[in-house]
Design a protein around this ligand. Sequence first.
Ligand code: APR
Length: 229
Amino acid sequence: MKKLVVLSGAGISAESGIRTFRDSDGLWEKYRIEDVATPEGWRRNQQLVTDFYNQRRKQLLEVEPNFGHIGLAELEKDFDVQIITQNVDNLHEKAGSTKVIHLHGELTKVRSERYENLIYDLSPDKYEIKIGDLCEKGYQLRPHIVWFGEAVPLIEKAAELVSQADILAVIGTSLSVYPAAGLLYHAPMLCKIYYIDPKGAENLPNYVNFIKKGAAEGVKELQKILRDY
Ligand code: APR
């Protein structure tokens, strides 16, 4: 089976009703990155950060995958599909994709602020953590999210996966946050690269096939293209 590696970003979940970060009505228009997505923000105001991620989790209970996610899960019939997502939602898994790695963490997990390997699943319908919820060693639980300024532990694994791709599909990401954006450059010479996005990213290399569409329509088109592989 040919290896199809997918690098997805916030845009793939936009049609499910989750806002992207940098579009005009995006999350970073309403919140300051420094306040809710950095270790300094956490140190300054744990309540604000906890509330922000509680809201994100609550929203997750109300949304469903769209054809962007579903179409990629369907492709597992004919391809060895590996998803690398920058998203912290669980919509790829909900759609049925079986190999998903989350570069920037997962909303449905929390971890000890002191011992980063003490990671806990929140039960499916629990979305809140509170100040005072502690890990088994007595330290506050924090979101299991990679914040700006923190290392991206899965980046090497992701680069290795991209370096083995026959086909790479980059979907719904502005490619503005590194190191994730740099993964594109790990694709082998013969790998076909498709980029699905209604807007497009700056500095997209000219060897990338640009499908200027939203995720659902774009993945439909990708399925058609891949029929001939
Ligand atoms: N279908 C596909 N793409 C879409 C759609 C859609 N319906 N609507 C918007 N987009 C595209 C936008 O054109 C944009 O290129 O999704 C992209 C979203 O870009 P960002 O908001 O920058 O999100 P992303 O690239 O995932 O951000 C990367 O930044 O803040 C951090 O950690 C956060 O993982 C995130 C990282």
